[in-house]
Structure formats: structure tokens, C-alpha cells
Design a protein around this ligand. Structure first.
Ligand code: NCD
Ligand code: ZN
Length: 329
């Protein structure tokens, strides 16, 4: 429910890796320039479809949040393939410079979105101290949830137990959780040798946060959905001074999740986390797809190459305990 497939050559390399394992994905709009009108979105959808090839996969397209007029929102709503609007506070993450400075100032846009049933997907971080950014944003989520009670607000890639608590308070809030926030803490990123491939926004937090997120996912909490936030950057943009934020997890996401759920004896909850909850929350009609996972080794490549691109995945060079062994379209 949260995927970056980029554009151009990188898109051609990474999109098939998601389309192979998933029936659909919410495609993020933070290109340069951002996808901020219906025409650009339709064109981008066309390029994504071309990149994914003949696989059974539904790209759910998003617009980059700005002030939109009612007509534009109605048009978006009527456009096949349109899913929702992604809000980035200005400058908090990769390609978010065109984001908003005050979330609640865009009143008329939010009101019409509420009226039309257009979901608002939010990157909820402030510009504060890096470990506190998500918690500092919680009052803005609260204000959105209260002021627009029928607006579906998704707290994207939550990384703290405080976010889980807030989620329970408001019916109109839901959340995505990444694989990496279920597995990692800040120690994995900077506690030993610095690992640029695990650097992302929001940064992985404390063990107590990881445990709370994992308990929500494994426990089948109905308000949380898997969103990989797989965010590929070229190897040279990660392994350098000034490392870009983003973890490329798409190729390992499903097997690694299966391994994690199996380790905790919770495999029967995996379907809810990766699919059923999202379908129910958003009333989604994504074509069915059966993916067969088995506890057989998956050797993760050191990197994925193609179209002049080279990108390093999460768990590069490792052996995972589970793999995808078959598919039925
Ligand atoms: C994402 C990216 O690279 O586009 N990076 C990240 O660290 N997650 C943007 C985002 O989702 O914040
Ligand atoms: Zn993202």
C-alpha cells in the first residue's frame, strides 16, 4: 500500500519485481517534478503499466498534495486508476520540496476530498529532532481526524508505538507499516558500522517501538496494512557522502514477511496484513492473485542491474528462510 517505482530506467528495472509478487500497489507521486495533476498522473500510469509488462498487477495511482480545486478533484475521482492524494510536509523526505508547510491550511481541498471519499495519505514527520519527528506530527493527525471525521487519513509508514496508540482513537485513521520498521531499530542503521542501505525516512526507532509495531502486525490489527515503502536509489546515491533516504525492499518483501510471521507462529495473520485489511479499509477491488510461499531458501542478490541501473536491495547477499515458489494469475 506504499511503493516507489520511480520513473525512466529505474522504473523499468524495479516495477516488474513488485508486479511479480503483488496484485497491486499504491504508487507514490514524488517524482521530479511531482505528479500533481490528472494529466501527469495518467501519463505516469501509462509508463508504469509499460514497465510492469504483462503481469497481473494494478497500479493504484496517487497525486501529490497541493491545493486542488473542486473540479480537479472531481476529475481525479472519476479517473480510472486514481487512488488518493499523498501529502508531504515540505522538505521532510526525498523529493518533497514542493510539499505543504501547514497541513491544515488547505481547508477547501481537504473538505472536498472528504466529500468525494478521496483518501489522504500522509508522510507524518516534522522538521524536529530526528527521533521525535513522528511524535511531533501526531497533533496534526489528531486535528485532521477530528476536523474531517469522514476523511480517510492514512498514517504512512508509522515507526513508533505512539502512532499505534493514536490510531486506535479515531475511526477514520488507518496506517501502513513497512517491513523494515518491523525488523530494524536505529542500532541496525548507525549502532555499528553505518549501513546506508537501511537509512530511510522515518528512521527506524527504538526496540520498544519495533516490538509494538510487530505486535500490531502479527496480532492481525485491523487498522494496519503492509506498505513496503520500497524506495530504490541508485547504488552510488546510497553509498556516498549524503546518502539518499530510502530502502529498496520490493524483491524481498513478501518472503521476508513470511519468514517473520512464521518465526512468530503467526502465518495465518499474513494475509490480513498484506491484503485483506487494505481491501476492507479502502473497499478495494484488486484482481485476485495467488502467490505460493514456502520455507525454502531465497538467495538475495548483491544487487539488481539493468537498463544502466544498479540498485542494492535490503538483505543483499543474505539467504532468506522463505521464498516465492509459485504463482497463479
Ligand atoms: C522515500 C523516497 O526515497 O522516495 N524515502 C524514504 O526514506 N522512505 C520517500 C518517503 O517515503 O519518505
Ligand atoms: Zn515512501
Amino acid at each position: 500500500m506504499h511503493l516507489h517505482v520511480r520513473d525512466g530506467e529505474m522504473m523499468r528495472l524495479v516495477t516488474p519485481l513488485s508486479a511479480a509478487y503483488f496484485a497491486g500497489a499504491v504508487v507514490m507521486p514524488n517524482l521530479v517534478p511531482p505528479v500533481a495533476d490528472v494529466e501527469a498522473m495518467k501519463k505516469y500510469e501509462g509508463r508504469v503499466r509499460e514497465a510492469m509488462g504483462k503481469q497481473n498487477f494494478l497500479p493504484l495511482m496517487t497525486l501529490f498534495f497541493r491545493e486542488y480545486g473542486e473540479e480537479e478533484l472531481r476529475r481525479a475521482k472519476e479517473t480510472p486508476g486514481f487512488f488518493g492524494i499523498k501529502l508531504y510536509p515540505a522538505g521532510v523526505t526525498t523529493n518533497s520540496d514542493a510539499g505543504v508547510s501547514d497541513v491544515l491550511a488547505a481547508e477547501s481541498t481537504l473538505r472536498v476530498m472528504e466529500e468525494l471519499g478521496i483518501p489522504l495519505l500522509v508522510h507524518g514527520e516534522t522538521h524536529g529532532f530526528v527521533l521525535d519527528r513522528e511524535e511531533e506530527f501526531l497533533p496534526a493527525y489528531r486535528a485532521l481526524a477530528e476536523k474531517y471525521p469522514r476523511l480517510r487519513v492514512c498514517m504512512e509508514h508509522i515507526s513508533t508505538s505512539a502512532s499505534l496508540k493514536l490510531l486506535e482513537e479515531y475511526e477514520n485513521l488507518c496506517a501502513t507499516i513497512t517491513l523494515h520498521h518491523l525488523l530494524l531499530t536505529l542500532d541496525d542503521v548507525v549502532g555499528g558500522k553505518l549501513n546506508p542501505h537501511l537509512f530511510c525516512k522515518p528512521i527506524a526507532k527504538r526496540e520498544a517501538d519495533r516490538e509494538a509495531l510487530l505486535a500490531a502486525a502479527l496480532g492481525g490489527s485491523e487498522k494496519v496494512m503492509f506498505g513496503s515503502d520500497s524506495a530504490p536509489h541508485p547504488q552510488e546515491a546510497k553509498e556516498c557522502c549524503g546518502c539518499a533516504a530510502g530502502i529498496f525492499s520490493a524483491p524481498v518483501a513478501l518472503p521476508r514477511l513470511a519468514q517473520l510471521f512464521a518465526q512468530h507462529g503467526a502465518l495465518e495473520k499474513l494475509q490480513a496484513f498484506v491484503s485483506d485489511n487494505a481491501r476492507r479499509i479502502y473497499g478495494l477491488k484488486v484482481p485476485g492473485k495467488v502467490v505460493v510461499l514456502r520455507d525454502e531458501v531465497m538467495a538475495v542478490p548483491e544487487c539488481y542491474r539493468g537498463y544502466g541501473q544498479k540498485v542494492v536491495p535490503m538483505d543483499a547477499g543474505e539467504n532468506l528462510g522463505w521464498s516465492v515458489v509459485g504463482r497463479e494469475e
